[in-house]
Design a protein around this ligand. Structure first.
Ligand code: ADP
Length: 166
C-alpha cells in the first residue's frame, strides 16, 4: 500500500491545496492530509476548524483522510506507515525552503522521500495568506477557495475576526 502524507498549515485550505490533494489521490493508494499543529503561529482558524473544512472539501475523495499532528513531519509520516511526503511547489521562491526541508527530513528519516507536485497554472499565485488578506479587504475570493471555505471566511469578516488577524 502506497501511502502519502500531505502536511501543511491549511489556514484555510485553498483550491491550490485541493488540486494537489486530488492529484496525489490518483498517484497513491491513500493520502493523509495532515494539519501541523505547531506550524502557523498566527493562524486565523483553529486546528479543529481547519480539519472540519478539509473534511468537508475532501469528503468525496474516498482514499483521502484528514488528520492533525504535532512534532516532526517524518516521525508522524513513519508512524502512519507512509513512504512519501507530498509538497506543492509554486513560484521559484518556494524552492529554497522546500529543498532545505526535504533534505532535513531525509537526514532525519532516510526511508521517507518527499515528492513535489507542481502547481497548476491557475493556482500559481494562490496562498492561504493571500486569500485571507484579500477577504479582509473585501475582495472576491470565490474562485480561489471551495464554497464552504468562502462561507467561513465571510463569517470571519462579518464578525470582525479578520481585522484582528494576524
Ligand atoms: P506550510 O505552512 O507548510 O507551507 P501551507 O498550508 O501554506 O503550509 O501549504 C502546504 C503545502 O501546500 C506546501 O507544500 C505549499 O507549497 C503547498 N501549496 C500551497 N498553496 C499551493 C498552491 N496554490 N499550489 C500548489 N501548492 C500549494
Amino acid at each position: 500500500m502506497k501511502r502519502a502524507v500531505y502536511p501543511g498549515s491549511f489556514d484555510p485550505v485553498t483550491n491550490g491545496h485541493l488540486d494537489i490533494i486530488e492529484r496525489a489521490a490518483v498517484l497513491f493508494d491513500e493520502v493523509i492530509v495532515a494539519v501541523a499543529r505547531n506550524r502557523a503561529k498566527h493562524a486565523l482558524f483553529s486546528v479543529a476548524e481547519r480539519l472540519e473544512m478539509l473534511r468537508e472539501v475532501t469528503g468525496s475523495l474516498v482514499n483521502v483522510k484528514v488528520d492533525a499532528f504535532d512534532g516532526l513531519t517524518v516521525r508522524y509520516a513513519k508512524a502512519q506507515g507512509a513512504q512519501v511526503i507530498i509538497r506543492g511547489l509554486r513560484v521559484l521562491s518556494d524552492f529554497e525552503n522546500e529543498m532545505m526541508m526535504a533534505l532535513m527530513n531525509r537526514n532525519q528519516e532516510p526511508t521517507i522521500d518527499t515528492i513535489f507536485l507542481m502547481t497548476s497554472k491557475d493556482h500559481a499565485f494562490l496562498s492561504s495568506s493571500a486569500v485571507k488578506e484579500l477577504a479582509s479587504l473585501g475582495g472576491d475570493i470565490s474562485a480561489l477557495v471551495p464554497p464552504e471555505v468562502a462561507r467561513q471566511l465571510a463569517a470571519r469578516v462579518q464578525g470582525g475576526g479578520l481585522s484582528r488577524w494576524p
